[in-house]
Design a protein around this ligand. Structure first.
Ligand code: MN
Length: 195
């Protein structure tokens, strides 16, 4: 059984204001993530999934169409925990050199990431991943996650409407700009690049 306290926010719910309001973070973490956890617990109860670690549940259920609900809820727990750890409140960390070298310069990286995040149709995440050694920006729909595609996640942005709608309404591009310019925890990104 999973519990929300295993996946805590690494900062208080007010810490990202004004870029993400306390109300949004309270709802996003305290209600949306809590619901995915509750759903997953109900779905795996008394099944072979019950004793498994979260990442194993995600990888196994991804291969079994009948277990799509299990995959969706498990992957959403993982994707959100990753997303929240990739944020920090104006913490002045430096964009890693490898990203600048891979994308030419910081501006080009941000433009490419923004173009991906604003063009994702429907719900999903924009990801920076390492794929066969190379850094790539990709969009994955709904709960889909790089760890089932042999890609290493480096950074993600949740562009499900619940992620920004209370604060930005339909202006996803403004949310993406604030993410890239004020909220990314580049120390977290640098750690992921090392592993
Ligand atoms: Mn979300």
């Amino acid at each position: 059984m999973f519990v929300l306290t295993e996946f805590p926010l690494p900062y208080p719910t007010y810490a990202l204001a004004p870029y993400i309001s306390q109300e949004t973070l309270e709802t996003h973490h305290g209600k949306h993530v809590a619901t995915y956890i509750n759903n997953l617990n109900n779905l795996i109860k008394e099944t072979s999934y019950e004793p498994m670690p979260l990442e194993d549940i995600i990888k196994k259920s991804a291969t079994l169409p009948d277990d799509k609900n299990i995959f969706n809820n498990a992957a959403q727990i993982y994707n959100h925990d990753f997303f929240f750890h990739g944020l920090c409140p104006d913490c002045n960390t430096q964009i890693p050199k490898e990203i600048i070298e891979s994308f030419g310069n910081e501006e080009n990286f941000k433009t490419m990431f923004k173009n991906a995040a604003t063009s994702l149709f429907g719900s999903g995440y924009t990801w920076l991943v390492r794929d066969n050694g190379a850094l790539r920006i990709i969009n994955l729909a709904n709960a889909d996650t790089p760890i089932v595609h042999n890609m290493k996640p480096i950074l993600n942005l949740d562009v499900w409407e619940h992620s920004y709608y209370l604060d930005y309404k339909n202006k996803r591009a403004d949310f993406v700009d604030n993410f890239l310019n004020h909220m990314v925890n580049w120390d977290f990104v640098a750690e992921n690049l090392k592993q």
